[in-house]
Design a protein around this ligand. Structure first.
Ligand code: ADE
Length: 243
């Protein structure tokens, strides 16, 4: 299966990193198709206007509904033409007021054959865009990276895409590495070591890797790692243990 991602943005250049590294390789391997669209291509005035002042007053600008509606119509028609006339994209709006994005969300979305990301800028998008999509029966998700405010959805799309695409089968070379990492089981990962087992740091302190990791006893190693995972989660993220 090839996963299709569309991104609608006023800063297409912001998505250039999607050519790099693991995601770039997934694209070259045919596991992923990425289409970036400039929202301004769906305007009809000389200034290619995508925003206007908020009705009712207030600071900042609000994204106008018309370019968004046109962009969604065109991008959905294009995707249905390429994939299947009945294909229904998941439409994701990165938004600080959305539901928190987390590893289970990434896991669920890695099974989606087609996601459209809609990057808001300024104070946000006219509310009627969401109403219009819902009335048209579209699948819409508002998702937040965390309790802080970015200037727009583009950085969130990069983060979400990386978290989702690495879970698509075939993208990460060794799938076992996805099983043991932080958050895959709701816990933080245990500490990692590599050679040399005995390392003298630049201050002259000799630092030994834990002896158990050199023991070759896999039951002992597994038990040690589970205990470290538990301890680390209790110290750094007690909220994860409470869930
Ligand atoms: N856009 C602006 N802030 C954001 C956040 N915290 N998460 C997702 N999208 C955003």
């Amino acid at each position: 299966m090839t996963v299709r991602l569309d991104v609608i943005t006023v800063f297409p250049e912001y998505l250039a990193p999607l050519e790099l590294s693991l995601i770039g390789k997934a694209r070259r391997d045919g596991l992923l198709a990425v289409h970036v669209h400039d929202l301004r291509d769906y305007t009809h005035d000389r200034h290619r206007t995508v925003d206007d002042t908020p009705l009712g007053g207030g600071a900042g600008m609000v994204m106008k509904p018309e370019p968004w509606a046109e962009a969604f119509a065109a991008v959905i028609a294009d995707g249905q033409c390429a994939l299947d006339a009945d294909a229904e994209p998941l439409i994701v709006f990165p938004n600080p007021a959305g539901e928190p994005f987390s590893q289970p969300t990434a896991q669920a979305w890695s099974h989606e054959p087609w996601i459209i990301f809609a990057c808001g800028r300024y104070e946000g998008i006219d509310e009627r865009v969401y109403e219009h999509l819902a009335d048209a029966g579209r699948r819409v998700a508002l998702t937040s990276l965390g309790d802080y405010v970015l200037n727009g959805g583009e950085v969130a799309v990069l983060a979400i895409t990386e978290a989702v695409v690495r879970l698509v089968p075939g993208v990460v070379g060794n799938p076992q590495s996805l099983v043991e990492e932080s958050h895959s089981d709701g816990m933080l990962e245990y500490p990692l070591y590599t050679r040399p087992a005995r390392w003298t740091d630049p201050a002259g302190t000799v630092r030994e890797a834990p002896e158990v990791l050199l023991s070759g006893n896999h039951a002992r190693i597994d038990a040690w790692r589970a205990e470290q995972s538990q301890q680390r989660t209790a110290e750094r993220r007690p909220d994860l243990l409470e869930r």
